[in-house]
Write a protein that binds this ligand. Sequence first.
Ligand SMILES: *Cc1c(COP(=O)(O)O)cnc(C)c1O
Length: 357
Amino acid sequence: MLEGRGVVQLSSNNYLDLANHPELKRAAAQALETYGCGAGASRLISGTMELYAVLEAHVAEFKGTEAALVFSSGYHANTGTIPALMGGEDTVFSDEWNHASIIDGCRLSSATVRVFRHGDMAHLEELLAAAAPSGQRLIVTDSVFSMDGDVAPLEEIVRLARRYGAWVMVDEAHATGVFGPRGAGIVEELDLQGEVEVQMGTLGKALGSFGAYVAGSRVLIQWLVNRARSFIYTTALPPPVLAASLAALRIIKTEPERRRRLWQNAAFLKRGLAGLGYRLGGTGSPILPVLIGDGAQTMALSAALLRRGVFAQGIRPPTVPEGTARLRITPMATHTEAELERALGAFAEAGKETGVL
Ligand SMILES: *Cc1c(COP(=O)(O)O)cnc(C)c1O
């Protein structure tokens, strides 16, 4: 519902439509009754309520790691983890299209930051070969790039990491719940659990709740508990949020058909939009960037779609590079074919009205 009117929502990261799932709501309501509205303090003072231990154990099991740590958000996880691991002697290698929270994590660390061209493994290797021999090395990348929907070449990144003595950190914000046989992400899909030292992901996108996690070795998690400032110096998450995340993890395991429907819907939309003559970027994930180029024309198309009952938000610089403004379309598992047909009809009309088609 948008201003009292039903619209087809194509701009949400609520991929599996779990944010409104009755089990998440029930779990959150129960936790509200049992534990109250707020944690009352940071994790290291008195905010670590028992739900945290349960959730962290479940996340570790889900990700196939020894341990996991829940952060208040993905932004907190990235801006806390990178500076906790990397100091003045060290070098971080970061994909140029990485999420802003990774960029800010790099800025907050005193490490040298080397940015490699998006997905360009030859460039990454060049930078690794040229790096100072002393100090630690960390390669950090999104697994699914949030504005383009393309997938990082993780196998090649891991291969280079082993050759040049680097650790790998992967941000699975858009892959958690979407990729992998159990929905654990692209690291799971490629069977790289043992090769990625730092697996980060969020609980606020496909999981429909809020918060984020870092999964890895017990030593890594202990280190973050003691060193990650965005973990230490902020109030713990409200108990209902933790309970909703736990319920979401359960549903991802027991309802794999949601994942399947999401992919089917993405394929349907992709075919339809390409058939109308729209230029799609990325692909390889359910994120479909409809490339327009000009910022004003992008927003005009977005407005023309909304008049026809379709919510597709425009994305402009500086979030994406200059000249690549776009609509970033993401279906949900619960969209019906009739809803997606209606959306495609609106795309046909709005594209002509705004001169995009
Ligand atoms: C959304 C996102 C984040 C931030 O997560 P929040 O929980 O919303 O703070 C981090 N990394 C990537 C790749 C994201 O898409």
